[in-house]
Design a protein around this ligand. Sequence first.
Ligand code: SF4
Length: 388
Amino acid sequence: MEVSEVLARCVEGKQMTREEALLLAEANVEELPLLLSAALAIRIKHFGRTTTYSRKVFVPLTKFCRNQCAYCGFSTQKGKPYMSFDEAMNIVREGERLKAKEVLVSTGEKPEEVHPEARKALRSMGYSSTVEYVRDFEERVLKETKKMMPHTNIGVLTKAEMAELKPLNASMGLMLESISERLMSSGMPHEKSPSKDPKVRLRMIREAGELKIPFTTGILIGIGETWEERIDSLMAIRSIHHEYGHIQEVIVQNFMPEPGTPMEKHKPPSLLDTLKTIAIARLILGGSVAVQAPPNLNLKAYHTYLLAGVNDWGGVSPLTPDFVNIAYPWPSISEIYEKTKAMGFKLRERLPVYPMFIIRGWIPELLKERVKSLVDETALVRRGEDAY
Ligand code: SF4
């Protein structure tokens, strides 16, 4: 089969097979424009020319982590293990003043399991786990603000832990990153990160579906995975989504080196490689899921992602840095607005839960009123409440 035949079938709405996706992965640079134009056609058919973003603040309640990923510039084992609720609520209140709606609660993963200082700090505050601490913080967010809503992404959780946090969250997330178990072997980036085991992460993504939690996941590209592994990661996400219908967006995140990490000299993927991956993600996932790519990880050329099928820029903050990619600050939201417009698309603000799930009613009781007060008939943030 030819690349052009595969693309034509895909644009007609046929589901792409693994073999077809692998064929596209071998497409050469002359064939890349064909991939981009097919991906763009699917994006326009399902999302029109609207591109969304979520106005957020990033609250890293702890940067201590039980894992040691070789590319991680977020985790640290120095200083005070946990941010106090008062410090965190100051960020949230300032975010609300700046018209943010999402509180991204992102932390290192369950540090109390390996770091005695984290255990001790939790105990001194009356907690036995990071999850309990996050839960109480999110309760405060809902009690003390009118428009802010949590999105939790704190690593691998059990089904019971997700069920406990679900009533407080607009949506939740966990990157699959990669389906490759090979990346956990000696000398590879996940060697010292047991919970980067793809089996563990796929289990959590599936269990989020069983719990009907609107869910964000994605892949991290350029950390040593093969093209076949990239395709298999996307296929696995699609297959879980087909079963449960709960994936709201798939992030295609390009690795970028963080100074001071073991992978600081590792070469990041090229723009063409990233564009090809975004296009293949769109072609595999079709139109039922948003495809997102972070603008700050390719500051000079992120607008070209729009030509490959991206329809969302993710959470962008008018206040806090991207603590996960601390060396790569977000562009301003007004710049994103202008660049999106210059490419022939329009920018709209969305909530941390995507319109489809608002329309479907997958909103916890505690958040229903605030969601309703913030959106218009398209379930995007209504004019006057939005900001660019
Ligand atoms: S990438 Fe996430 S899981 Fe890995 S060390 Fe950093 S904070 Fe922990």
